[in-house]
Design a protein. Structure first.
Length: 571
């Protein structure tokens, strides 16, 4: 690693500066990012994203100079410097080259604090989080029932009378010391005067308090609620979820979208590749899981906020297709009528993923791969076994022989099992692997936790994903802790021999993940010319005990040179 030796510079206190949270302008609107009738035929090539000029976050923000820090740049040399400057929303100087652009530059004295690039997620469902009904409350950081109660009670002052406080996905009872849901009585004790609803996973189970119980039992489609507030998984839980979804207004969805972005940047997550949801166009139904929404309309609130200049988190949106129809009508229309990698650096379309068709659809799935290759789009498949990985790699090879895909960055996600031979074949095709970090929540000693070490040692392009926010957390730090320790939420070592270093884990979530968005020239490291995304950590990720890595958060998050999260503790 390289270290700069520039002399420390005096700085002013950070407390009095940039306290607005930096809700910033964005570039030109995408149009219907989620629609299959877009602006024309797909581009022939699959090069860098098409960035539309516009009011990116840094355009209205003062220039920044950070001094006296320990700044891990994640550049090719893993340089660590003490200062960095941001001018016009981009890094203008790193180390010796960092200097104030003019008298309006804000100087932030880090006083030894640790700084890293903004975290990049390569497989997440943050747009689903943006559509959560009620006043969604983050409980994914709780490790006991008491902490769940505290989180719900802290949300209470923000919630108007009669409105639901919800916590939907992102948590699992394995994360709580008691290994169970809170009871109706415990939820009543936390918030007695607002209805509460907690929902785990895709289809529950779920739990509610007394006011929620009364609501669900008297709803148009009644729900069976136990005396302890418990609602069984499946149709009872999804019907309860439906009862809240149908009450949402568009303004409610905009609020939830702002909440999702605000929470994301508080963890240090500044850019996401969203993998959409299982397509379910049309009216809501009681049997729809948390992972089911209208994939044409689920972006509407995010797009509205972008037009209003209020987005603070970078978003790239993939398009998931799940049709078994041999004619593949939806996929064909998507490829004919949608641009990939089109929009602004704050919000752009992605490509095809998690799938172009169900992996188990045989010839239909293979034809979907052929259509994507013929259109020269990026393609992604999430796999859960060696057999599926062999299926995908063999299909990619066939598509390369017919169309040539080596410049398209076709990739696989999750990969709980790998072989060196399959990795070598995928690497030859120019492909990459997104490794699953979420196994720490439900993984067991008898199941392969995630072959991090094997994959990194192979040399193939590789990043880490958390797959939030249905089955795992949005915050990336627990996934990094798991990659480093191999220990699950129950305290069991489930991934011995596959652990990686802290620097490797962080690099996978920054520089390497940027490659999967085709944005490695723009984000993922602190280098001159790149977009000014960085986070000042609340503790030193490289020095805290391994068991405390999951508690790391951001005290100050900067996106495109604009401060979008600030606890007031820096400086």
């Amino acid at each position: 690693m390289n270290h700069d030796d520039d002399a420390p510079r005096p700085g002013v206190s950070r407390r009095s500066l940039l306290k607005s949270g930096g809700a910033a302008g964005v570039a030109a609107a995408l149009g219907a990012a989620g629609a299959s009738s877009g602006a024309g035929a797909a581009p022939a090539g699959a090069g860098r994203p098409t960035i539309v000029p516009g009011a990116a976050p840094g355009d209205d923000a003062p220039d920044l100079l950070f001094v006296n820090g320990r700044i891990h740049t994640m550049d090719a040399a893993d340089s660590i410097v003490s200062s960095v400057s941001i001018t016009g929303g981009r890094f203008s100087g790193v180390g010796r080259g960092a200097r104030a652009a003019g008298p309006g530059t804000k100087v932030i004295n880090l006083r030894g604090r640790t700084v890293v690039p903004g975290i990049v997620e390569s497989h997440i469902h943050i747009v689903s989080l943006a559509n959560r009904p009620g006043y969604h409350t983050i409980t994914e950081n709780a490790r006991s029932i008491a902490q769940v109660q505290a989180a719900l009670a802290a949300r209470r002052p923000d919630v108007p009378a009669g409105q639901f406080i919800t916590s939907l996905g992102g948590f699992h009872t394995n994360m709580f010391a008691e290994r169970r849901f809170p009871t109706l009585a415990e939820l009543d004790a936390a918030v007695p005067d607002r209805p509460l609803f907690m929902f785990q996973g895709f289809t529950g189970p779920s739990v509610t308090n007394s006011l929620g119980k009364a609501f669900f039992e008297s709803a148009t489609i009644p729900v069976v609620v136990g005396t302890d507030g418990f609602i069984t998984a499946g149709i009872q839980s999804t019907t309860a979820l439906y009862g809240l979804r149908v009450l949402q207004t568009f303004e409610d969805k905009k609020r939830s979208t702002l909440d999702a972005m605000t929470y994301a940047v508080s963890t240090g997550l500044t850019a996401s590749l969203d993998q959409v949801l299982f397509p379910t166009p049309g009216p809501l139904q009681p049997n729809q899981a948390l992972s089911n929404l209208d994939h044409y309309r689920m972006y509407d609130s995010w797009l509205a906020l972008q037009r209003e200049g209020r987005t603070i988190h970078r978003l790239q949106t993939n398009f998931l297709h799940n049709q078994n129809d041999p004619a593949l009508p939806e996929l064909k229309e998507r490829l004919k009528n949608q641009f990939q990698f089109f929009g602004s650096d704050m919000m752009m379309t992605g490509a095809i993923g998690e799938w172009a068709a169900p992996l188990g659809a045989g010839a239909v799935w293979l034809e979907a791969q052929r259509l994507v290759a013929q259109a020269r789009w990026r393609n992604e498949n999430a796999v859960g076994s060696i057999a599926q990985l062999e299926q995908v790699v063999s299909a990619y090879e066939a598509m390369d022989a017919e169309f040539g895909i080596r410049d398209l960055r076709w990739m696989v996600h999750h990969v709980p099992f790998v072989t060196t031979a399959l990795l070598n074949r995928l690497r030859t095709l120019g492909g990459g692997v997104v490794m699953r970090g979420f196994t720490w929540i439900v993984g067991t000693p008898t199941a392969n936790g995630a072959p991090f070490r094997t994959i990194l040692d192979n040399g193939i392009k590789a990043g880490i994903e958390g797959d939030g926010v249905h089955i795992s957390t949005l915050t990336p730090w627990p996934h990094m802790q798991y990659a480093v320790t191999g220990v699950n939420a129950l305290g069991q070592l489930i991934n011995g021999g596959q652990q990686i270093t802290r620097r490797e884990a962080l690099r996978a979530f920054t520089r390497e993940n940027a490659w999967f968005l085709r944005m490695e020239d723009e984000i993922g490291s602190i280098e001159p010319g790149k977009l000014g995304d960085l986070i000042v950590l609340d503790k030193d990720y490289f020095e805290v005990p391994e068991a405390a890595i999951e508690t790391v958060r951001s005290d100050l998050t900067v996106v495109g040179g604009a401060v979008v999260h600030d606890t007031g503790s820096v400086g």
